[in-house]
Design a protein around this ligand. Sequence first.
Ligand code: PRP
Length: 182
Amino acid sequence: MIRDDIARVLISEEQIQRRISELAAQITEDYRDKEPILVCILKGAVLFYSDLTRRIDTHISMDFMSVSSYGDGTVSSGKLTIRQDLSKSVEGRHVIIVEDIVDSGRTLSLLKAHLAEKQAASVRICSLLDKPSRRLEGLDLPIDYKGFQVENEFVVGYGLDYAERYRNLPYVGVLKSEVYEN
Ligand code: PRP
């Protein structure tokens, strides 16, 4: 059982689902008549995205992107690699980027700038988890819709992986150290 590899549950299935209902209600209210594009950042955001979007009660478009970022030091020294791009233009559209976690913040900063450059009408960020202790120094990255704040621990589940495993757990948990020490 994959659950045997989890030292402890950090955010339960019920907590996640309750918080998602709140975020979806907020997005529904904020974007009524705006028909935003919700961009799912693969792969980590997939479970969050599917639960969030089904609870939004106004028209939206769905699109998907796969990105990664490299670099050290500052965001300006970083580079965004687009592995899979959006299927349609964001020009003149309101965009909500849906992520599983904001860590250093590099990926989201670069992606936000990229979408602004593509003439999106607005770009906001919705992330299930926020790990502010890992943020690049001096980086100002507002997370407009935030699920939970987490400490600097190795978390897996509900989209988050360790070596591509554990994404399919319905909760967020902390991995037993022997799993990654072996
Ligand atoms: C993770 C996460 C964010 C990014 C956050 O993706 O989904 O995209 O890293 O890190 P940052 O704030 O330091 O930029 P990852 O590259 O692990 O891909 P995955 O979602 O496919 O697991």
